[in-house]
Design a protein around this ligand. Structure first.
Ligand SMILES: Nc1ncnc2c1ncn2[C@@H]1O[C@H](COP(=O)(O)OP(=O)(O)OP(=O)(O)O)[C@@H](O)[C@H]1O
Ligand SMILES: [Mg+2]
Length: 194
């Protein structure tokens, strides 16, 4: 299964989601994370820590046929034109968006570019209740008829700690780390249902 993370807006949680989805899928099969962002955020994540349960490589070093799951993290594409070879070959395109208006406003343009490819929005970085941001973002996506995951990736400091430590959030000592990991598990379940 090939899964690509894509967004027009930067900083919406592509790399965080890519690393953790790869971490969860690694329990199900051999998993490769391809870092197709020239900023190499995923590769640096892997280098900072010791031993993520999957391989992380640059596109030129990727041997995808050897893996059950291939996740591709991409750079934000403010000008669009995301449809390269990787995109066309993906079984699933995950389109993260934060609940901010600036991020949500880019989604119709992304949708127009992705045309008939198998894509789904993932709402990320939502504050805890009583904030209504998650519900509002969901409604916005419904209004634009943008398919979406039911799972919402809530905002947890533990996820930033994981990025700094170069590990998965499941290894972070933080009261909320397991809640963040539960979001990932729920997303993984939805991804595998496809
Ligand atoms: N669910 C979350 N909870 C808390 N912090 C998060 C969450 N998701 C992402 N972040 C933080 O938000 C910032 C941006 O996330 P990330 O790097 O994953 O986004 P991105 O879409 O890959 O960005 P870029 O477009 O720059 O590659 C990072 O500091 C990350 O740690
Ligand atoms: Mg990134």
């Amino acid at each position: 299964m090939r899964i690509l993370l894509v967004s027009l807006k930067g900083g919406v949680g592509k790399t965080t989601t890519a690393v953790h989805l790869a971490g969860a899928l690694a329990a199900k099969g051999k998993t490769l994370l391809v870092d197709a962002d020239p900023a190499q955020g995923a590769l640096e994540w892997a280098t900072r820590g010791t031993g993520l349960p999957f391989d992380v490589v640059l596109p030129e070093d990727a041997k995808p046929k050897k893996y059950d799951f291939v996740i591709v993290d991409t750079r934000a594409q403010p000008k669009g034109k995301t449809l390269d070879e990787f995109t066309r070959k993906a079984d699933l395109l995950i389109c993260p968006t934060s609940p901010s208006a600036l991020a949500l406003e880019t989604m119709p343009r992304l949708q127009a570019e992705l045309e008939d490819l198998p894509y789904k929005a993932l709402i990320t970085l939502t504050p805890p209740p009583p904030s209504k941001d998650a519900a509002r973002a969901s409604q916005r996506l419904i209004d634009m008829e943008f398919p979406r995951f039911k799972t919402i990736m809530r905002r947890y400091a533990a996820l930033e700690k994981a990025a700094i430590a170069g590990c998965l959030v499941s290894e972070i000592r933080d009261p909320r780390a397991m809640q963040a990991w539960a979001d990932i598990q729920a997303l993984t379940k939805e991804v595998l249902k496809k």
